[in-house]
Design a protein around this ligand. Structure first.
Ligand code: MN
Length: 129
């Protein structure tokens, strides 16, 4: 039996967490976190292959969570995909410029885009590039 890749979902909205769990279950082991501090602790304890990170979180926002992941030697290599409702022109470039490895706009209308983003990053990491 092959172990499913682990994906961390950091999202404060329960409906969005339910949707992501439904889309990802069976393909990945999903760890859900409702806040930045909970995510940092959990990701440290159980490092995932990819993090899906909501930008708009109460308290510590997604940009700060990314900054802390990138400032930790052990966590820095983990690819992080920005999840954001602000699907405006230029956002993709902005988030990639912030250091995110991918970008998925909410609501998630085409789940194949989500799967592609995750698979591309898991594959890239295994190639060691
Ligand atoms: Mn949010």
């Amino acid at each position: 039996m092959t172990e499913l890749p682990r994906v961390a979902v950091v999202e404060d909205n329960p409906d969005n967490r339910l949707l992501l769990q439904a889309l990802l279950a069976g393909r990945y082991q999903v760890d859900e976190y409702e806040s930045g501090p909970a995510a940092l602790a959990g990701i440290t304890a159980r490092p995932p292959g990819v993090v899906l990170l909501d930008i708009s979180l109460p308290g510590m926002d997604g940009a700060e969570v990314l900054r802390r992941l990138r400032s930790d030697d052990a966590l820095r290599p983990i690819p992080v995909v920005a999840l954001t409702a602000h699907a405006m022109t230029g956002d993709r470039e902005r988030f990639l410029g912030m250091g995110f490895d991918g970008y998925v706009a909410k609501p998630i209308i085409d789940e194949t885009l989500l799967y592609d983003a995750i698979e591309r990053l898991i594959a890239r990491r295994h190639e060691g590039t």
